[in-house]
Design a protein around this ligand. Structure first.
Ligand SMILES: [Zn+2]
Length: 176
């Protein structure tokens, strides 16, 4: 990995080229100081939802342990956005979707960009990667669930029980 400036994106330490998605990551770090790591993959199941233009719905407790609600799919980028400053505009479209829906960015630490794929984040790089793995796994489970029952759903109280069991002041899961 290389160290780059948050403001300019210029390399300040290291001999490698930063990710081609650098400007997307920088936009997220600048907007949300609580984000300490961003991960981006083209994992198959999450990309399937991105290509379908569908949110990854919260249908079970595996999802609820990590993501407090559906994982949103953004709108598609316009021709101008793609042709002018693609990576930066990808970051802007992600932020637009989060702000439009009005949720805490850390409560659903991932999103899928339409026709592209998932971006996830966390308080550090490890957590961002962990969330990328869970995001794809819940997308895989959802694909199978929706094949079996296209009307599958989960009640809000089950989502609450599992999410708040792992997050926030009342968390009871795991070791002290
Ligand atoms: Zn990509």
């Amino acid at each position: 990995m290389v160290v780059v400036s948050l403001e300019t994106g210029k390399v300040v330490e290291g001999g490698y080229k930063p990710s081609s998605d650098l400007d997307t990551h920088l936009e997220l770090y600048r907007k949300y100081p609580q984000i300490g790591g961003v991960a981006h993959t083209h994992s198959t199941n999450a990309v399937a939802f991105a290509q379908a233009g569908m949110d990854i719905p919260a249908l079970g407790t595996t999802h609820a342990d990590c993501f407090y609600g559906d994982i949103p799919c953004t709108r598609e980028l316009t021709k101008e956005e793609v042709e002018s400053d693609y990576e930066l505009n990808t970051g802007k479209v992600i932020i637009e979707e989060i702000e439009k829906r009005g949720y805490d960015v850390m409560s659903i630490p991932g999103i899928i960009v339409k026709n592209h794929g998932p971006f996830s984040w966390g308080s550090n790089a490890d957590k961002a990667v962990y969330n990328a793995v869970v995001l794809d796994k819940v997308a895989e489970i959802d694909l199978k669930t929706l094949l079996l029952n296209k009307d599958a759903e989960m009640k809000q109280y089950i989502l609450d029980k599992h999410y708040f069991g792992k997050h926030g002041p009342g968390a009871s899961y795991g070791q002290k």
